[in-house]
Design a protein around this ligand. Structure first.
Ligand code: NAD
Ligand code: FES
Length: 295
């Protein structure tokens, strides 16, 4: 059992929880995710790691209650428990594998959209702790929906907040800020964009125009997070990938977002899943040993 130590409402729709999970905290890295299960009958819910404290043995998760399971999570309070808290899963961010000296030579830009600010934060924090200062754009629909501003300010080189309605910070979507920063003379060698799929798609079109290699996190298409359900199947370049086992991070300029968004919508209904099965066969990544997906 995994004890919830703290619950905080970050904005009207997003919650933060600090969970006691010593083993995950000991080995997790930015970019990875965990799978949470509330009780015996609970659904497995993959959530990105927002922060971790190796000494305290805690992991911080941030989520927006949307489905039945996350709505149940939202009713939990400090002192309650999750039955399972499994991880770390997925590959850590590529940045964690590069040499610090090489990273220090790079001009890195992070683009965080809405709830996607949560998985961006540990990457920026990790870089800051290793002496690398990255610029960060945080976009939200309106002022009330901006999250983790103080935390991000403490670790970012420059922080640019923007709201779609102009109620706080700059006015406009994150893609406008990318264009504006480049027009202001900023030069970037690397971009990491994390947020809703439509945002990541348009960020990639924008950074492609400016010649900035871009990594995206395909967490939004994950369902079971184990390689078994096939929901997170993607086309990246000419290859078929699964976000939960091959990612969640990919070269955004190679991801077929239109296909991923369409597939993700279809996966939500039994009829859509049946159509996908007919088209793709048993599409999971393999491992169950009885459906032929391993062949
Ligand atoms: P949102 O819809 O409020 O969008 C956040 C920002 O993204 C906007 O303020 C805007 O700046 C930008 N954006 C949105 N549409 C855009 C477009 N067409 N062009 C350019 N920029 C655009 O975000 P939200 O409601 O907080 O997002 C929730 C979604 O984020 C969920 O679907 C969830 O799956 C996803 N999410 C993704 C990750 C990830 O790892 N990629 C993590 C958490 C949440
Ligand atoms: Fe189910 Fe990846 S989330 S296969």
């Amino acid at each position: 059992m995994y004890k919830i130590l703290k619950v905080e409402q970050l904005n009207p729709v997003v919650l933060l929880m600090v969970v006691e999970a010593k083993r995950v905290a000991k080995s997790c890295l930015p970019g990875q995710f965990i799978i949470v299960k509330l009780d015996e009958k609970g659904e497995r819910v993959p959530l990105t790691i927002c922060d971790y404290d190796r000494e305290a043995g805690t992991v911080t998760i941030v989520f927006q209650p949307v489905g039945a399971s996350t709505q149940k999570f939202a009713k939990l309070q400090a002192g309650d428990y999750f039955m399972d808290f499994v991880g770390p899963l997925g590959r850590p961010s590529d940045l964690c594998e590069e040499s610090i000296e090489e990273l220090k030579k790079k001009k890195i830009l992070f683009v965080a959209g809405g709830v996607g600010t949560a998985p961006v934060y540990p990457q920026v924090k990790w870089l800051h702790e290793h002496g690398v200062e990255a610029d960060v754009i945080v976009g939200a629909k309106t002022k009330d929906l901006v999250i983790l501003e103080k935390e991000m300010e403490a670790v970012a080189g420059n922080l640019y907040i923007t709201t779609d309605d102009g109620s706080y910070g700059r006015h406009g979507m994150v893609t406008k800020v990318i264009d504006d920063l480049v027009a202001e003379g900023k030069v970037y060698d690397h971009c990491v964009a994390i947020g809703p799929m439509i945002m990541m798609k348009f960020c990639c079109l924008t950074t492609k125009k400016h010649g900035i290699p871009t990594i995206v996190s395909m967490n939004p298409v994950m369902v079971d997070g184990t390689g078994m359900c096939g929901a997170c199947r993607l086309t990246v370049g000419n290859e078929i990938k699964f976000a939960c086992v091959d990612g969640p991070e990919f070269d955004g300029h190679l991801v077929n977002f239109d296909e991923a968004m369409k597939r993700s919508q279809m996966y939500k209904t039994a009829e859509g899943r049946a159509v996908l099965k007919q088209k793709e066969g048993d599409t999971h990544h393999g491992g169950c040993g009885n459906c032929g997906g391993d062949e």
